[in-house]
Design a protein around this ligand. Structure first.
Ligand SMILES: [Zn+2]
Length: 286
């Protein structure tokens, strides 16, 4: 969640920047979707990932890692052609600052010998297994990215326990690196994210079920990031009340409600004096 005006402006600047790909859900394999939560983009070395340009339907898993090193050291390592490893994101523990290094549609190399690298998004969290106290800022940023990615790529917001399916095409969800199967379908020898990672707290943030992960609250002023339909009820099959343009301001009145793979907010669009439900992904703070 953007916690201050600077974050919001940075977010808008990212959306407006050329060459970072299109904003919003794409049904094709040709466009990179730019995540609204990453604070910067630093490309991993091209020899450390595969340029697969996948469609959303092929991305089934989020894999949670811990760096075993510093934030900047990890970012540097993924830029080093000798490393042969990468993840899509690296997140700093002190403040939740996030670097994206591989497009989500491409395959970062973090998922072991099975097909998990191809069918997943990897997130590195700065720290050491079993030792690090992960900060609220890190959990919140990671949860924002994960929640957004689940909505964007149709990944279930669930955490299967135990070892994950041998074939990554079966099922989907949010798992730790230690749950990724080896070629014999048993556990690998990684232990991250380890005992100090609070899965219950993290999954509450991802799902918003404890309220702490909600992007908006009643009374927040919002504006669309693109021409945005507002509807009589939550759901893309509901009648359109109006199409709101970027710059128009609304006030959050109700929600959120999860329906049809989207999170919906009831908004009073002030200039038009109309009420309707709009999709969270295309709303930012006004
Ligand atoms: Zn790992």
């Amino acid at each position: 969640m953007p916690t201050n005006r600077r974050d919001v402006l940075k977010q808008l600047g990212t959306i407006g920047a050329a060459g970072l790909g299109s904003v919003g859900l794409t049904g094709t394999a040709s466009a990179h979707v730019q995540d609204p939560y990453a604070d910067r983009w630093i490309a991993a070395d091209s020899s450390n990932y595969t340029n697969d340009n996948k469609s959303a339907s092929e991305i089934n898993w989020i894999i949670i890692h811990v760096t075993e090193g510093s934030y900047e050291g990890t970012v540097s390592w993924f830029q080093n052609p000798d490393s042969d490893v990468s993840t899509q994101y690296v997140i700093r523990n002190s403040d939740g600052h996030a670097t994206q290094m591989v497009h989500n549609e491409d395959s970062a190399w973090h998922g072991g010998g099975q097909n998990y690298s191809f069918h997943s998004i990897g997130i590195e969290h700065e720290g050491f297994v079993g030792e690090t106290n992960f900060t609220d800022a890190l959990y919140q940023k990671s949860a924002n990215i994960v929640s957004w990615a689940c909505d964007t790529y149709g990944i279930p917001k669930q955490r299967p326990t135990g070892v994950a399916p041998c074939d990554a095409r079966n099922g989907g969800g949010i798992i730790g690196h230690h749950q990724v199967p080896e070629s014999d379908c048993n556990y690998n020898d990684h232990t991250d994210p380890g005992s100090t990672w609070d899965w219950d707290y993290f999954m509450d943030l991802v799902g918003g079920s404890n309220g702490g992960g909600n992007k908006f609250a009643d009374g927040d002023r919002v504006t669309p990031t693109t021409n945005l339909n507002t509807r009589e009820q939550p759901g893309t099959d509901q009648p359109i009340v109006a199409t709101i343009s970027p710059g128009e301001v609304g006030e959050i009145m109700n929600g959120p409600i999860d329906k049809g793979g989207y999170r919906w907010w009831g908004v009073h669009w002030l200039d038009r004096n109309v009420w309707g439900w709009s999709v969270e992904r295309y709303l930012s703070y006004a």
